[in-house]
Design a binder for this molecule. Sequence first.
Ligand code: ZN
Length: 217
Amino acid sequence: MKKKRRKKKQIRIILLALIIVLPIVIGTVVFLLYEKPEKNSEAVMLDEVFGLTITHSYIPAANVNRTLIPRPIKYIVIHETDNYSASAGALNHAKYLLLGEAVNGWHYTVDESSIYHHVPDNEVAYHAGTWEGNYYGIGIELCVNEGADFEQTMDNAAKLTAMLIITYDLDISAVKQHYDFSGKDCPHLIREQGLMDDFLNQVEYYLTLYMKRNNLP
Ligand SMILES: [Zn+2]
Protein backbone atom coordinates (compact mmCIF):
# COMPACT_ATOMS: atom_id res chain seq x y z
CA MET A 1 0.00 0.00 0.00
CA LYS A 2 2.72 2.42 1.03
CA LYS A 3 4.70 1.75 -2.16
CA LYS A 4 1.66 2.40 -4.33
CA ARG A 5 0.97 5.69 -2.58
CA ARG A 6 4.60 6.74 -3.01
CA LYS A 7 4.41 5.91 -6.70
CA LYS A 8 1.24 7.96 -7.06
CA LYS A 9 2.98 10.83 -5.30
CA GLN A 10 5.95 10.54 -7.66
CA ILE A 11 3.65 10.62 -10.70
CA ARG A 12 1.90 13.69 -9.30
CA ILE A 13 5.24 15.45 -8.78
CA ILE A 14 6.34 14.59 -12.32
CA LEU A 15 3.03 15.86 -13.73
CA LEU A 16 3.28 19.04 -11.68
CA ALA A 17 6.87 19.56 -12.87
CA LEU A 18 5.75 19.08 -16.49
CA ILE A 19 2.93 21.58 -16.03
CA ILE A 20 5.42 24.13 -14.71
CA VAL A 21 8.32 23.35 -17.05
CA LEU A 22 6.45 22.83 -20.33
CA PRO A 23 5.14 26.40 -20.67
CA ILE A 24 8.67 27.70 -19.96
CA VAL A 25 10.17 25.46 -22.65
CA ILE A 26 7.44 26.31 -25.17
CA GLY A 27 7.71 30.01 -24.26
CA THR A 28 11.47 29.98 -24.77
CA VAL A 29 11.17 28.27 -28.16
CA VAL A 30 8.50 30.76 -29.29
CA PHE A 31 10.61 33.66 -27.97
CA LEU A 32 13.69 32.46 -29.85
CA LEU A 33 11.70 32.00 -33.06
CA TYR A 34 10.09 35.42 -32.65
CA GLU A 35 13.36 37.16 -31.80
CA LYS A 36 15.16 35.74 -34.82
CA PRO A 37 13.02 36.44 -37.86
CA GLU A 38 14.86 35.24 -40.94
CA LYS A 39 14.04 38.44 -42.78
CA ASN A 40 16.38 40.91 -41.16
CA SER A 41 18.63 39.22 -38.66
CA GLU A 42 21.25 38.18 -41.22
CA ALA A 43 23.98 40.79 -41.62
CA VAL A 44 24.63 41.94 -45.18
CA MET A 45 27.95 43.57 -46.04
CA LEU A 46 27.28 46.39 -48.47
CA ASP A 47 30.37 47.31 -50.46
CA GLU A 48 29.00 50.57 -51.82
CA VAL A 49 25.94 52.79 -51.63
CA PHE A 50 25.01 54.79 -54.74
CA GLY A 51 28.63 54.77 -55.90
CA LEU A 52 30.15 55.60 -52.51
CA THR A 53 32.50 52.87 -51.22
CA ILE A 54 32.02 51.39 -47.75
CA THR A 55 35.28 50.47 -46.03
CA HIS A 56 34.85 47.50 -43.70
CA SER A 57 36.98 48.00 -40.61
CA TYR A 58 35.47 45.53 -38.17
CA ILE A 59 36.46 45.95 -34.56
CA PRO A 60 38.26 42.78 -33.30
CA ALA A 61 35.80 40.33 -31.76
CA ALA A 62 37.76 40.29 -28.48
CA ASN A 63 37.36 44.05 -27.90
CA VAL A 64 35.03 45.29 -25.17
CA ASN A 65 33.09 47.34 -27.74
CA ARG A 66 32.01 44.19 -29.62
CA THR A 67 29.04 42.51 -27.93
CA LEU A 68 28.79 39.55 -30.38
CA ILE A 69 25.05 39.50 -29.56
CA PRO A 70 22.99 38.83 -32.71
CA ARG A 71 19.63 40.56 -33.02
CA PRO A 72 16.96 41.55 -35.53
CA ILE A 73 17.10 45.08 -36.96
CA LYS A 74 14.23 47.53 -36.39
CA TYR A 75 15.83 50.98 -36.42
CA ILE A 76 18.52 53.14 -37.97
CA VAL A 77 19.77 55.52 -35.28
CA ILE A 78 21.30 58.82 -36.42
CA HIS A 79 24.08 60.36 -34.32
CA GLU A 80 26.74 63.04 -34.62
CA THR A 81 30.25 62.56 -33.30
CA ASP A 82 30.29 65.99 -31.58
CA ASN A 83 34.01 66.10 -32.38
CA TYR A 84 34.71 69.36 -34.19
CA SER A 85 38.47 69.02 -34.63
CA ALA A 86 39.57 69.06 -38.27
CA SER A 87 41.04 65.56 -38.12
CA ALA A 88 37.90 63.91 -36.69
CA GLY A 89 36.77 62.24 -39.93
CA ALA A 90 35.46 58.71 -40.38
CA LEU A 91 38.92 57.10 -40.69
CA ASN A 92 40.07 58.43 -37.32
CA HIS A 93 36.85 57.27 -35.66
CA ALA A 94 37.45 53.82 -37.17
CA LYS A 95 40.98 53.84 -35.69
CA TYR A 96 39.60 54.94 -32.32
CA LEU A 97 37.08 52.08 -32.26
CA LEU A 98 39.78 49.53 -33.12
CA LEU A 99 41.50 50.43 -29.83
CA GLY A 100 38.46 49.24 -27.85
CA GLU A 101 38.99 51.73 -25.03
CA ALA A 102 35.32 51.89 -24.00
CA VAL A 103 32.27 49.65 -24.29
CA ASN A 104 30.43 52.09 -26.52
CA GLY A 105 30.44 51.24 -30.20
CA TRP A 106 28.35 51.83 -33.29
CA HIS A 107 28.00 50.38 -36.78
CA TYR A 108 28.99 53.10 -39.27
CA THR A 109 30.80 56.43 -39.36
CA VAL A 110 30.17 58.76 -42.29
CA ASP A 111 32.04 61.88 -43.35
CA GLU A 112 32.06 64.07 -46.47
CA SER A 113 33.90 61.51 -48.60
CA SER A 114 33.83 58.11 -46.91
CA ILE A 115 31.90 55.51 -44.92
CA TYR A 116 33.53 53.13 -42.43
CA HIS A 117 31.78 50.01 -41.15
CA HIS A 118 32.77 48.89 -37.64
CA VAL A 119 30.30 46.27 -36.39
CA PRO A 120 28.12 43.74 -38.29
CA ASP A 121 24.65 45.22 -38.80
CA ASN A 122 22.90 42.42 -36.90
CA GLU A 123 25.00 42.82 -33.75
CA VAL A 124 24.01 44.79 -30.63
CA ALA A 125 26.19 47.86 -30.01
CA TYR A 126 25.99 50.45 -27.23
CA HIS A 127 25.24 53.81 -28.81
CA ALA A 128 21.61 54.79 -28.16
CA GLY A 129 21.50 55.01 -24.37
CA THR A 130 18.55 52.62 -24.03
CA TRP A 131 18.04 48.90 -24.37
CA GLU A 132 15.54 49.32 -27.23
CA GLY A 133 17.86 51.51 -29.30
CA ASN A 134 20.99 49.49 -28.64
CA TYR A 135 19.33 46.13 -29.09
CA TYR A 136 17.47 46.86 -32.32
CA GLY A 137 19.22 49.88 -33.88
CA ILE A 138 21.99 50.28 -36.44
CA GLY A 139 24.02 53.24 -35.17
CA ILE A 140 25.31 55.73 -37.75
CA GLU A 141 27.64 58.53 -36.62
CA LEU A 142 27.89 61.63 -38.81
CA CYS A 143 31.21 63.46 -38.56
CA VAL A 144 31.10 67.18 -37.80
CA ASN A 145 34.82 67.84 -38.28
CA GLU A 146 35.76 71.43 -38.95
CA GLY A 147 36.34 72.32 -42.59
CA ALA A 148 34.27 69.40 -43.90
CA ASP A 149 31.11 69.88 -45.97
CA PHE A 150 28.39 68.77 -43.54
CA GLU A 151 25.73 68.90 -46.25
CA GLN A 152 27.72 66.32 -48.19
CA THR A 153 28.16 64.24 -45.03
CA MET A 154 24.38 64.26 -44.56
CA ASP A 155 23.89 63.28 -48.19
CA ASN A 156 26.31 60.35 -47.80
CA ALA A 157 24.52 59.25 -44.63
CA ALA A 158 21.20 59.44 -46.53
CA LYS A 159 22.63 57.11 -49.21
CA LEU A 160 23.65 54.62 -46.53
CA THR A 161 20.36 54.93 -44.64
CA ALA A 162 18.34 54.34 -47.83
CA MET A 163 20.31 51.21 -48.70
CA LEU A 164 19.94 49.86 -45.15
CA ILE A 165 16.17 50.44 -45.34
CA ILE A 166 16.09 48.46 -48.61
CA THR A 167 18.45 45.74 -47.41
CA TYR A 168 16.60 45.05 -44.16
CA ASP A 169 13.07 45.66 -45.48
CA LEU A 170 12.40 48.63 -43.17
CA ASP A 171 10.62 51.87 -43.95
CA ILE A 172 11.33 55.54 -43.39
CA SER A 173 9.70 55.44 -39.95
CA ALA A 174 12.57 53.20 -38.81
CA VAL A 175 14.95 56.18 -39.04
CA LYS A 176 15.37 57.61 -35.54
CA GLN A 177 17.52 60.14 -33.76
CA HIS A 178 19.60 59.16 -30.74
CA TYR A 179 17.36 61.74 -29.00
CA ASP A 180 14.26 59.59 -29.66
CA PHE A 181 15.62 56.87 -27.41
CA SER A 182 17.44 58.59 -24.57
CA GLY A 183 16.60 62.29 -24.85
CA LYS A 184 20.26 63.19 -25.50
CA ASP A 185 20.71 66.22 -27.76
CA CYS A 186 22.07 64.09 -30.61
CA PRO A 187 22.45 64.54 -33.57
CA HIS A 188 23.17 68.03 -32.23
CA LEU A 189 23.67 70.13 -35.41
CA ILE A 190 20.81 68.45 -37.26
CA ARG A 191 18.52 69.14 -34.30
CA GLU A 192 19.77 72.67 -33.67
CA GLN A 193 19.43 73.69 -37.31
CA GLY A 194 16.17 71.80 -37.93
CA LEU A 195 17.72 69.58 -40.64
CA MET A 196 16.04 66.26 -39.83
CA ASP A 197 13.26 66.70 -42.41
CA ASP A 198 15.87 67.59 -45.05
CA PHE A 199 17.73 64.41 -44.14
CA LEU A 200 14.60 62.25 -44.36
CA ASN A 201 13.71 63.85 -47.72
CA GLN A 202 17.19 62.96 -48.96
CA VAL A 203 16.68 59.36 -47.80
CA GLU A 204 13.34 59.27 -49.67
CA TYR A 205 15.09 60.64 -52.77
CA TYR A 206 17.57 57.73 -52.75
CA LEU A 207 14.82 55.20 -52.04
CA THR A 208 12.95 56.45 -55.12
CA LEU A 209 16.14 56.48 -57.18
CA TYR A 210 16.81 52.85 -56.23
CA MET A 211 13.26 51.82 -57.17
CA LYS A 212 13.54 53.58 -60.54
CA ARG A 213 16.95 52.10 -61.32
CA ASN A 214 15.71 48.61 -60.53
CA ASN A 215 12.35 49.05 -62.21
CA LEU A 216 10.49 48.45 -58.97
CA PRO A 217 7.03 49.91 -58.32
ZN1 ZN B 1 24.35 59.98 -30.39
